[in-house]
Design a protein around this ligand. Structure first.
Ligand code: SF4
Length: 246
């Protein structure tokens, strides 16, 4: 089913006190690919429902992102200080060895899409809606990272997120949100007391320029993870991140 152009929203960029907001990030979801991922036939009643839900989500959704341009104040063996916020992570410290300017960020599918998905009372439609939110988040993250790369002329970048490695635990969401500033007001994302984000289809972290590609998955031995983006490299920690004795 062709998607009417009226469903495409106009992305806007605003800045308040150094916090940039990308609003109404456009996203498109291919129904055929979604059907494949959701394991349903590419025709029939379920496929028609999926197409309808995708069209609704594209009309209702307003994914957004917020980021700040920040600077490294200090770097130590096990921690870094960025714009007066302290982050405790050996891996982050090593990864920022040559970085001066970094980009803390939050990207979310947005509260509108979250509310829309909560209205899906049919379990099958709720399952479709969850996939659609995840796809909208993935597209928005790609868009936001591409926007930062272009705007600041970064030749190569990587990202790290609190909670992705034991080295940088989820509690480090607190200084990240303190560094970003009014995230709730600009994106609608709320950080809970257990450091999870609502809407749940949100991601946060620090984007940094780098000469060599890094993904936390390279240091994570977890098996059968659907989110894995790079193979586990069992020698990498010892070769690059382990602190030298003495
Ligand atoms: S493999 Fe999975 S759990 Fe481990 S860092 Fe990657 S996405 Fe996270």
């Amino acid at each position: 089913m062709a998607k009417p152009e009226k469903f495409m929203k106009q992305m806007r960029v605003t800045c308040h006190d150094g916090l940039f907001r990308l609003e109404a990030i456009p996203f498109r979801i291919a129904a055929a690919r979604a059907a494949e991922k959701l394991n349903i036939a590419g025709d029939g009643e379920d496929f028609e429902s999926l197409e309808r839900l995708i069209a609704e989500a594209e009309a209702a959704g307003a994914p957004r992102a917020a980021y700040r341009v920040s600077y490294l104040d200090e770097r130590h063996d096990e921690e870094v200080i960025i714009d007066r916020q302290r982050f405790r992570s050996r891996v982050l410290s090593v990864n920022l060895e040559k970085a001066h300017r970094v980009f803390p960020y939050v990207v979310t599918c947005g509260p509108e899409l979250e509310d829309w998905s909560k209205r899906q009372s049919d379990p099958l439609f709720a399952y479709f809606a969850d996939y659609i939110k995840q796809a909208a988040l993935a597209a928005s993250r790609k868009f936001a990272f591409g926007y930062i790369k272009e705007t600041y002329r970064l030749s190569k970048f990587s990202t790290m997120a609190p909670g992705s490695l034991a080295d940088w635990p989820i509690q480090e969401q607190r200084p990240l949100f303190d560094l970003l500033g009014p995230v709730r007001e600009t994106t609608g994302v709320v950080l809970t007391e257990s450091f999870l984000m609502l809407p749940t289809k949100s991601v946060s972290g620090i984007l940094f320029p780098t000469g060599s590609s890094f993904a936390s998955c390279m240091l994570c031995p977890r098996e059968h993870c659907v989110g894995r983006s790079a193979p586990y490299d069992e020698k990498l920690y010892a070769e690059k991140y382990r602190k030298q004795a003495g």
